[in-house]
Design a protein around this ligand. Sequence first.
Ligand SMILES: [Zn+2]
Length: 585
Amino acid sequence: MAKFITTTLFRRTLQAVLEERKSLPAEALAEFVKLAEKERLPLEKILSREKAIPDNDIYAALADAAGLPFDNLATWQPPDSVPASILPICQRENLLPLKLQEGILTVATANPAGTGAVEGLLSAMGMRPKFVVAPPGPIKKHIDSLLAIAENEDMASGLSDLAVSLDISSATAEEKPVAGRQQQAAPVEISGGSDAPAVIQLVNKTLILGVRQGASDIHVETLEKGTRVRFRLDGVLQTRLELTGQAANSFVSRIMVLAGLDITERILPQDGSFKVTYEGRTVEFRIASMPGLYGQNLTLRLLSGQEHQVITLEGMGLRPDETEVIKRAIKYPHGMMLVSGPTGSGKSTTLYAILETMANPALKMITIEDPVERRIEQVQQIQVRINRNDPERSLTFARGLRTVLRLDPDIIMVGEIRDLETAEIAVQASLTGHLVLSTIHANSSIETLRRLNNIGVDFFLLMASLNLVLAQRLVRRLCAACRVPREPTPEELKLFPAGSRPAQIYEAKGCKRCMGTGYQGRVGMFEFLPITDEIRDHVQEGKLSDGLPVIKQTILRTLRQSGMLLINDGVIDFNELERVVGPCH
Ligand SMILES: [Zn+2]
């Protein structure tokens, strides 16, 4: 094949272009040029490092100097046509492939002076490169996501291949339970390597894939026809693997053995856990097993070990007026704050963010949790422990709370209020000078009050103690790479408040980056109900119904209204809102 080599000849120097564009004062530019010569670095790198002007301006000028087009990559999408085989070269040479058309590969580079060598490499692979200039930051970010996509695809197809080979070579890897092993002390080092027996490889790869794809749980369900493995990603289950026969049994047994569970138990549920270390990261898997009609059903919960990552109120996506309500509520030295929602609605994340906001060496803060999901500095954290053999020796929320009160804390976080006893102690504590934070299973702020009323809490005392009730949900964000704009229908427009009706909303499509789902990541919807004196005045007789009109007026915005704002912002679509809060029409 004929070599196709054109070296980029700079038409002008970067300095000349910047001078002409008056991007920065001439004296300043002269200083940076001197600095670049002294450090023997390209001028663009010095300007970027010293934050002289934005990277986009630097690299647009550099493109101009080199006579190449510029692309800031703001609308970049993973290309469909680019072969994975060129990704390693791209990674090494800091190139981002943009598209491949009729043998011409368009690539973005931040180093137009170095295109000659790259051209040689790519033309050896039968591709003629065409260069555009882009800032190095987005190039690096996008090439990383291309590599992640390629590895995920590799792994997902590797899983099915392994599963097929397992089925043929059945009965090779029956696992025996290990007597007396209750807890796995040291993390198990796992890899997707191929020297282990097939079933072990398959389990390892499944666990790795779960970690990499960011699954919150892995469900292994034994059904009539075989075993199905599903990942919960952004709150929704997706099937990853289906196994039959001996392969299915071996897969389930292997996980149970890892978790120290008895694989011969056919009646009772069991709990266990194991830790795995993968690429230097330790992830804990908590396993709950439940024997079903056709065999064991396992739920593996992934505790990602990102315990030191600080969550802030701002980082949770609260709107400014919502952050204000929380900040006002935590200024009270006593009282109770409740966060409500179903499982997986992000309640504990909210509580952690509030605790992080309040953490202060002048305050004593204690939590009682099940499980402790995240460590917080300056906070004493206690784990609830249930002793099935001897309930008297269990540390329940109620018992923990009673014990904790003797330690004279200022702020107490109780993982969850599930029963009257815990609720009553929490109310008492908050009325006697403690600030109590907790969560409760309820669908809305009003449902929270109703629920506590129904389990028998003294309603008058409850309302006296409460500062704030917050209901929340997590909804899936639209994938920014593939969301599709459209005009809202007349019916949809009516759902928006007059005066803030969007001309355009978005819906999900699906691309490589979001694994075809159309969604990526999650965002919260919040319903804030600050308990005001006005509300307390209305429920003095201890009846929720008397207070409902005022309560409804006091709610900052309902979950649905919160979701409509997100639709307006182009962050979520109607389907997702309806999936979580029910039909809109
Ligand atoms: Zn997408």
